[in-house]
Design a protein around this ligand. Structure first.
Ligand SMILES: [Mg+2]
Length: 130
């Protein structure tokens, strides 16, 4: 029997990142920070932000995380780290000219081949060991 997946919050994902990119590039350009936003610096910043996201879960087990997710401030802290991650991801894509929608589609097709449903449904084994 398949375990029921718990949904902690309703999530709205904008289909088009264009509006977010406009907000982020306006912020960047008003400060003349594009000069600092080379791909290496942006990738380093993205890595740091993902670590900041992880910090919210550090040393907590699943029960502790589930309990903490009942605290609006905890969820807000996580949402801000997710925002940082999205912003840096979009800035990297914009800087090097990546069409993220196409990249996601292509990568998902690759993942579908790596993880065929028949072999990977309900199984977290890495594709190299399937
Ligand atoms: Mg942050």
């Amino acid at each position: 029997m398949q375990a029921k997946r718990k949904v902690y919050n309703s999530v709205v994902i904008n289909k088009d990142f264009h509006e977010i990119l406009k907000i982020v590039t306006k912020f960047r350009d008003e400060r003349d920070w594009a000069q600092f936003h080379d791909p290496k610096n942006l990738a380093e910043a993205l890595s740091i932000e993902t670590s900041e996201l992880l910090e919210n879960f550090l040393w907590k087990d699943k029960k502790q995380v589930a309990k903490a997710l009942g605290d609006k401030n905890y969820v807000k802290d996580i949402s801000f780290e997710l925002a940082d991650i999205i912003m840096y991801t979009l800035l990297i894509a914009e800087t090097i000219g990546v069409d993220l929608k196409q990249a996601v589609k292509q990568k998902n097709r690759i993942n579908e081949k790596k993880y065929p449903v028949a072999k990977s449904k309900g199984n977290s084994t890495k594709y190299t060991k399937l």
